[in-house]
Design a protein around this ligand. Structure first.
Ligand SMILES: Cc1ncc(COP(=O)(O)O)c(C=O)c1O
Length: 385
């Protein structure tokens, strides 16, 4: 058998930590390595595989589309693109009237930033400490974290960082040059930080009153992850610009930037385009995915999330600093070496991912069952107590 780990490390640019396991197949909540060992996937590829691996309906829709047409530039009309766009816009909320399609979360944020600048003629953006919006240069400019930013300074325009969940700081930072405030409803990569219940609502009020565009990044929290299609819907508010990605297309690379009429009014031909954006294959994936996300599923996500949180909180260990999250977006903040804990879990054939410096993050697929959560918690108990 070929040594795939060796080959990958030899030929792929060395920007990823290598987790030392080669997966060749996925089915439901499990990933299988070369030897056929199965691993419980409690991270769904950083939140992408929301229905687990090789979901039957999604795979069928994608296969069907592969045989019809896979790629078609945005300057041509397409049945799947128009239908997927309508479906997403209708499900996202009344305020959104158009969607810009691209291929990743970071690209969705690139578009968001350009749209905000185009709409205001201003270039100051306010972002949050611990915020994560991607690593291309525009998105990196609003991403917090010395490690990612320092080698590339100066980054774009004028970006000011304020503490997340702090309304006074937002009020104070806004001035006449401010174009937009970009925020995640729950911070994911930064460490699973859930703000106060009324935070987003108040942010919306401040942005309205001060004439600042609100960009809500739901790349991680969207697509039902927190128990509603969009996390911001729980706060009863809508953004001016909303970004999505991850599992939106059933595992096919995707990004989406949704805009309201104020933003739509300033968009001109050629302002922002993408060869692959909104291709028919992706749009077939979007339709298949959205059609599977109904209230019953969202309730199930909320129920499983509450159960997982409760069970994690029941672990009595001095190594745990805290447990936080919403729906199936959960962080276990630890006082011990987090990476070592991830390694030990992987040794027990359970996959989780890091967030921030001290958090073990769980983003399980929405098909996760109590028995999978019990298995995870029981292994954690063994390791931590
Ligand atoms: C909130 C948020 N925004 C943007 C991104 C970037 O998405 P991508 O890795 O698809 O570029 C991520 C990725 O984790 C994210 O969590």
């Amino acid at each position: 058998m070929k040594n795939y780990q060796f080959l990958q490390q030899k030929y792929v640019v060395n920007t990823y930590v290598n987790r030392g396991v080669t997966f060749v197949k996925g089915e439901g909540v499990y990933l299988y390595d070369e030897a056929g060992n199965k691993y419980l996937d409690m991270m769904s590829n950083y939140g992408v595989s929301i229905f687990g691996h090789t979901d039957k309906e999604i795979t069928q829709q994608l296969e069907r589309q592969l045989r019809l047409i896979t790629t078609l530039h945005g300057s041509f009309n397409n049945d799947k693109r128009s239908e997927a766009s309508e479906l997403l816009i209708k499900r996202a909320g009344k305020t959104y009237i158009n969607v810009y399609w691209c291929n990743s979360g970071t690209e969705a944020n690139e578009a968001a930033l350009k749209f905000a600048v185009a709409a205001t003629g201003k270039k100051k953006i306010i972002a949050c400490d611990h915020g994560y919006h991607g690593k291309t240069l525009g998105a990196l400019s609003v991403t917090s974290g010395e490690k990612y930013r320092k080698p590339f300074l100066p980054l774009l325009w004028q970006v000011e960082f304020i503490p997340h969940n702090n309304l006074q700081a937002l009020e104070k930072e806004i001035d006449n040059n401010t174009a937009a405030f970009i925020v995640e409803p729950i911070q994911g990569e930064g460490g699973i930080y859930v703000p106060n219940k009324n935070y987003l609502k108040k942010v919306r009020e401040i942005c309205n009153r001060r004439g600042v565009i609100l960009i809500i990044d739901e790349v991680q929290t969207g697509m039902g992850r927190t128990g509603s299609l969009l996390c911001s819907q729980k706060s009863g508010i809508e953004a001016d610009i909303l970004t999505m990605g991850k599992g939106l297309a059933g595992g096919i690379p995707v990004g989406a930037t949704l805009i309201n009429n104020k933003i739509s009014a300033v968009i001109f031909k050629g302002l922002h385009t993408s060869t692959f954006g909104g291709n028919p294959l992706v749009c077939a994936g979007v339709m298949a995915t959205l059609n599977k996300i109904d209230n019953q599923l969202l309730d199930y996500v909320a129920e499983m999330g509450s159960y997982f949180l409760k069970e994690l909180k029941s672990i009595k260990s001095s190594s745990i600093f805290g447990v936080r999250g919403q729906g199936l977006m959960i962080g276990l903040d630890v006082k011990i070496d987090r990476n070592n804990l991830l390694k030990k879990l992987q040794g027990e054939k359970i996959l989780a991912i890091p967030a921030g410096e001290t958090v073990v993050r769980f983003l399980p697929p929405f098909i996760v069952e109590k028995k999978h959560i019990d298995e995870t918690v029981s292994k954690l108990k063994q390791i931590l107590t």
